[in-house]
Ligand binder design. Sequence first.
Ligand code: AMP
Ligand code: MG
Length: 353
Amino acid sequence: MYKLLVIFSILFCLTSCGAVSSSSMPPTETTARETDTTKMSRTVFAMDTVSELTVYAYDETVLDLAEEKLAELEKKLSVTLPESEIYALNHNGTATLSKDSATLLESAIDICDDTNGALDVTIYPIVSAWGFTTGNYRIPTETELTELRKNIGCEKVTRDGTTFSVPAGVEIDLGSVAKGYSGDLLSALLTENGVTSALLNLGGNVQAVGTKPNGEDWKVAVRHPIDTENYLGILSLSDMAAITSGGYERYFVGEDGNTYCHIIDPETGRPADSGLLSVTVVGESGLICDAMSTALFVMGLDTAVSYWKSHDGFDVIFVTENGDIYVTEGLSDSFTLSEYYAPLGMTVIERGA
Ligand code: AMP
Ligand code: MG
């Protein structure tokens, strides 16, 4: 299984956490915070990915809390851990879910409906058939996919309070939304514990909590989906998530020489082949950004742009198979192409156009 561990590299202003001379500076809240808090980072392996949690805090307790919360969420949401709530739902056909799991599943079902099934968390049997959960990659036959597609559709999930049920053959996979949602919950946890400055990188899904300690936006480098030498550009963010879906994140080359990626078009049961290489979604809700990155990748540029025009709350960077770069208007000031890609330029998509 090939997986790129770092999708975004995180750029820090390295001087921002250093000691500040109080004599030459007015006693603002920002300078007080800079002298009091310290930059602390922790690398955590959870949800099948490496996460880098960086906080400006007084002590490591907040990082302990964040790490515990991430482990707790993995235990609830994982499709492969036998002790998880989702595993219980998939294997017993019914399960009473905790608030965290129920909220996420319910939201994902709503988005499934709203995206006309481009995001569909009942996709698991098809994801498994292609071998994406085990690494035993194979190309399922058309007959097999036709059979499996009969069990796909969020309307098959029923709910009675916090008890969810699925018919035999239907299995849930929250992999498309779990990291974004976890970013939201970790961000809320850190904020509740007094943190005003943190950057969480959950396997390339970035959640910026507040600003840098000096009040400036976080700067996050967005990688190019194919080019590993030159990054695509820099996003300026505060209190926002930036989440990318791309075929390059997990794929295999079949015996037929074709490349098959882990994002499935529920309509065909085959890896999405929509003409996009990557979709980066930026917005306040990590859950929405994560759901949208997957759904818009499946939709392809034209449908995704129409969808964006009729929905608020997020902006998007698209990279197409031709190497063209499109950004929606909300990012025209906060996303800057790298020196390498600047000559190529980017097309700004306007809502009214
Ligand atoms: P992401 O990296 O957020 O785009 O999520 C991709 C993961 O979500 C895959 O590895 C699958 O586990 C699952 N998945 C694949 N296709 C879909 C889809 N169309 N809707 C929902 N989940 C999907
Ligand atoms: Mg996603």
